[in-house]
Structure formats: structure tokens, C-alpha cells
Design a protein around this ligand. Structure first.
Ligand code: SF4
Ligand code: SF4
Length: 146
């Protein structure tokens, strides 16, 4: 008989604690989002794939094709090229591709750039079953390189 009342008491207590937790969280700001209809706000130091930084005026890449990032990459996933037009003060980028399948997001390329021309993107919606989708053309974003 004593056990019967003890079970009712512990069950009620457990129910009350559970309800208290539910009520407490019911009025808090949600930490989840309605993916894929909403996107999460990413922290400033989030590392997506690398991307080229561009001049505010004209939108040209700040990259001068010095190859430092390509040499710094331990995974060999950057390929780039540039030409120096007649009379131009610096090289102009003609190719910049990233093989994101082998990128470890180590950041050595970003660190090695003396021209502040590279940064990590905030792009995280990259799920695909085609590995070609991870051959990225950073010079003309949105286009794929195979
Ligand atoms: S983050 Fe690291 S692995 Fe990825 S492209 Fe840059 S240097 Fe290479
Ligand atoms: S290190 Fe910077 S400037 Fe040099 S090729 Fe890479 S992105 Fe361009």
C-alpha cells in the first residue's frame, strides 16, 4: 500500500518537473529554424568554401594572380591563372577554381594572401550527390567547372 502512494507521488513529481521544463522553454526564443524555408544566422568566424573578394567599385576581383594561395594549399585544390594586359599595373585573373572535395578549410590560402583578396564564404547549402558540383569556379560564381 505504501509503495502504491510512493509511486503516485514520484510520478506526479516527475510530471510536474517535466511540465515546468516545457513551460520554461515554451516562452524562450527558439534556437532552431524552419529549414529549408529559413536560414541560420552564421557566426562571423564561420568557414564556408573560400571566395574571391572584389573591389567595391566595378566588382573586379582584388586578386593579382600571384599564386601564393595556390602554393600554400596543402591539398592542391586551387587552380588559377592570370594575364598582364599591356600597360596594366597588375595581372588580371583569368581563372580561379577550387576543388572543394579535397579542401580541408585549413585557411592557409586566406592567410597567405598579401592582397586581402580571399575570404571564407557563408555558403552552407551545398548538399549534392554529384562531385562535379564541388568543382567551383570562383571567378564566375554560380558556374561549375568540370
Ligand atoms: S582552405 Fe586550406 S585546403 Fe582549402 S583551399 Fe585553402 S589552403 Fe587549400
Ligand atoms: S594569394 Fe591572393 S592575390 Fe595571390 S593569387 Fe591568391 S588570392 Fe590572388
Amino acid at each position: 500500500m505504501w509503495n502504491y502512494f510512493k509511486l503516485i507521488a514520484t510520478g506526479s513529481w516527475s510530471l510536474a518537473v517535466g511540465m515546468w521544463i516545457v513551460l520554461r522553454h515554451a516562452f524562450k526564443r527558439p534556437v532552431t529554424v524552419q529549414y529549408p524555408y529559413e536560414s541560420v544566422r552564421l557566426p562571423a568566424r564561420y568557414r564556408g568554401h573560400i571566395e574571391l573578394k572584389r573591389e567595391a567599385a566595378g566588382g573586379q576581383p582584388k586578386c593579382v594572380a600571384c599564386l601564393a594561395c595556390q602554393r600554400a594549399c596543402p591539398s592542391g585544390c586551387i587552380a588559377l591563372d592570370g594575364v598582364k594586359p599591356e600597360g596594366a599595373p597588375r595581372k588580371v585573373l583569368t581563372l580561379y577554381t577550387l576543388n572543394f572535395t579535397t579542401c580541408s578549410l585549413c585557411g592557409l590560402c586566406v592567410e597567405s594572401c598579401a592582397f586581402d583578396a580571399l575570404q571564407f564564404s557563408k555558403d552552407y547549402n551545398l548538399a549534392s550527390v554529384r562531385k562535379e558540383d564541388y568543382q567551383m569556379d570562383l571567378l564566375t560564381p554560380g558556374e561549375k567547372h568540370s
